[in-house]
Design a protein around this ligand. Structure first.
Ligand SMILES: [Zn+2]
Length: 233
């Protein structure tokens, strides 16, 4: 009898210890660190709306409500990285060398893709350099129907169109979120279609499945590092 009691006590102790081990926090991993402990990094965005008297295809046409809507989606996508883009200001910017850019946009243009890109870089002539804001140039049409483009160098900026190859009403916040990724040093990956930084052929995010868009863990770590360095130190 005493022996049976001993076994029972041992069993009860075993169950208690098994339960208490269930209550222990799970091992500390990177993903948990992001879920529980990371702070939100704010990035101020200076929005320049391009304006031109030469061509209607250069002028950005977008309302402040539409811009807000775009940023809401961009922030929904970037939430998993703990990064938030905030409008610092919205101002108009006169297009620089519009004639040249208009030529680059023309279907009969003989310019090479690189020359077209250069013309687009020039037309958004953001001279005032600031390390503490992300410069976004909103344009009418981009060359080669690009969904957006990032230019590095001394005055880094993102250019994003309000007239896409699909028309004026098909604004795509996912391409904007993608270019912000380049701004924060991310390169294209060859993950599945729904990853933000996938290169070409990203139809799922193009089709508005914004809430499913993903980052790799490594992209989250590195973009946060760059964002801290550029905007929060
Ligand atoms: Zn890209």
């Amino acid at each position: 009898m005493e022996y049976q009691l001993k076994i029972l006590v041992t069993l009860i102790l075993f169950v208690i210890s098994a339960c208490s081990s269930l209550n222990k926090p799970p091992p500390f991993t990177d993903s948990l660190a992001y879920k529980n402990n990371r702070s939100v990094i704010s990035i101020p965005v200076r929005i320049h709306l391009l304006k031109s008297n030469v061509s209607r295809d250069i002028t950005a046409v977008i309302s402040s409500e539409e811009l807000e809507e775009m940023f809401n989606v961009v922030n929904l996508i970037w939430k998993q990285a703990g990064i938030k883009y905030e409008t610092e200001s919205i101002t108009y910017l006169n297009a620089y060398k519009d004639e040249q850019y208009s030529e680059a946009l023309s279907k009969t243009s003989n310019l090479t893709p690189q020359q077209k890109n250069r013309a687009m870089n020039k037309v958004c002539n953001i001279t005032k350099k600031s390390d503490r804001v992300l410069n976004l140039c909103v344009i009418g049409k981009t060359v080669r129907g690009l969904g957006g483009i990032y230019f590095g160098g001394r005055s880094p900026k993102v250019i994003w169109p309000t007239i896409t190859p699909y028309g004026r009403t098909k604004l795509n916040p996912a391409t904007l979120a993608h270019e912000f990724g380049h701004y924060l040093g991310l390169k294209h990956n060859s993950e599945e279609d729904i990853y933000l930084m996938r290169g070409r052929g990203n139809n799922m995010r193009r089709n508005g499945q914004y809430e499913y868009i993903l980052f790799t863990k490594r992209e989250i770590t590195s973009s946060r590092k760059v964002a801290m360095k550029l905007f929060n130190e």
